[in-house]
Design a protein around this ligand. Structure first.
Ligand code: HEC
Length: 111
């Protein structure tokens, strides 16, 4: 009897961890979430930018032609002009997170 209770308890804890751990570690690293928290305020949820505020669209044909390397450089270090608003690697985004956010921008460009 005692043994079964222990087994049930262990199973419950294991299940709880399965539910909690992915939510903790993946939510913050998800490209869409990163985009929403770090980019959408300026570039818009759909990536269309705000032309009136001189914030470029990320989903124009020109933007689609940019290479991943250019996008990465822009997001990580602010591009060739070293825009401080874009030096996301200095603001704590890891190279993996920058890759994910760019993958999400590519998704937006397909819509
Ligand atoms: C504070 C507002 C702001 C935030 C936040 C921001 N951007 Fe930008 N972004 C701009 C502005 C303004 C420009 C135009 C810079 C320039 O060339 O003068 C720009 C340019 C760009 C460009 C180059 C586009 C082009 O056609 O030249 C890319 C790519 C880009 N942003 C991606 C991102 C991504 C991805 C994020 C989130 C990780 C982000 N931006 C966050 C304001 C912002």
């Amino acid at each position: 009897m005692k043994m079964t209770k222990l087994v049930v308890l262990i199973v419950m804890i294991a299940l709880a961890l399965f539910v909690v751990i992915p939510n903790l570690s993946w939510a913050a690293d998800d490209g869409a979430t990163l985009y929403k928290t770090k980019c959408a305020a300026c570039h818009g949820a759909d990536g269309a930018g705000k032309p009136t505020a001189k914030i470029p669209s990320l989903i124009t044909d020109d933007a689609k032609k940019g290479s991943d390397a250019q996008l990465t450089e822009m997001v990580a270090n602010g591009g060739k002009d070293k825009k401080a608003s874009h030096a996301f690697s200095a603001k704590g985004l890891t190279p993996d997170q920058i890759k994910m956010v760019i993958a999400y921008v590519r998704e937006l460009q397909k819509k």
